[in-house]
Design a protein around this ligand. Structure first.
Ligand code: FES
Length: 125
């Protein structure tokens, strides 16, 4: 039996200055991590769920980023407003929010493959 039904790693890496790759938490507030934990607690999730702080997940150009195991779901450009539906749909129901998924072809490319739909206000791939 797996230790957790759902294990979420939230990048809270904060880089100083104008680092070329940017970072997921430029203010160093860990706001996304806190919001996920609070939303999960508010819903009194019955499943074994763990949400952990992570350092750089190497998807900086598509951040704020998080990854959910055991499914291996990579979400990018996550906003605080996304938190309730991430908890409800992905963590509790196991549904993937396609509009937040970092496309497979973008992962580990250090931003060489553009992923711009959220910036352009489109509905996703
Ligand atoms: S700083 Fe968040 S993935 Fe690199």
């Amino acid at each position: 039996m797996a230790a957790f039904d759902c294990h979420v790693f939230v990048c809270c890496n904060c880089r100083q200055g104008n680092h070329p790759r940017g970072c997921c938490d430029p203010q160093g507030t860990r706001a996304l991590l806190t919001a996920l934990k609070e939303e999960l607690a508010r819903r009194k999730a019955p499943r074994r769920v763990r949400i952990n702080l992570a350092g750089c997940l190497d998807q900086c150009e598509y951040g704020p980023a998080l990854v959910i195991y055991p499914q291996g779901i990579w979400y990018g450009r996550v906003q605080l407003s996304d938190v309730p539906r991430i908890v409800e749909h992905t963590i509790l129901e196991g549904r993937v929010l396609q509009e937040l998924v970092i496309p497979e072809e973008c992962l580990n490319t250090r931003g060489r493959v553009p992923w711009s739909f959220r910036c352009q206000g489109e509905n996703g791939p």
